[in-house]
Design a protein around this ligand. Sequence first.
Ligand code: FMN
Length: 175
Amino acid sequence: MYTFLELIKKRRSIRKFEDKKIPQEQIKEILKPALLSPSSKSKRPWKFIVTEESEKLELIAKCKPFGAKFVTDASAAILILGNSEQSDVWIEDCAVATTLIQLAAEEKNIGSTWVQIRKRKNEEGEPAENILKESFDIPESWNILAVVALGYKQKERSSYSDDDMEWDKVSYEKF
Ligand SMILES: Cc1cc2nc3c(=O)[nH]c(=O)nc-3n(C[C@H](O)[C@H](O)[C@H](O)COP(=O)(O)O)c2cc1C
């Protein structure tokens, strides 16, 4: 078992995965913290779509030119959706949930990477979100913040240490 800080240090973005399925119960465990994460006015304006289908993973990999290719080799991906009609701060709410998904995965030694979808476009200038919305049957009022790619790590990356903490970003009482 890790302390919370040890878990935080251990989590690194993983983009190379083993060709191995993640058991459904593990995916469920990974989603539990997200479903309990804090949200403004406790509105929980989110939805999580799990995909394991290779065509869908490939579609995610191709929905933007940079930073998504590795999703083809992921064992699963979770799309994090937020509803702007349900909350004006759905982005913040969904970002918190996304972070917890990554930490929950790490706790099970499952690698993950946040793949940004909101504000990203494909090579033709079409929003990545629109491409995914169509294939995943996502209604108009829902937005996609990100996708978390998941899989067993091909290689462990080095953990963060206390030296990686930029304490000059912290001040007291004044900027
Ligand atoms: C809001 C956000 C968007 C990100 N988008 C991507 C992405 O589209 N593709 C990717 O490979 N990594 C993405 N990342 C992962 C970052 O590149 C990564 O967290 C950063 O380089 C630090 O590395 P670490 O996660 O190993 O600590 C994103 C991370 C955040 C928080």
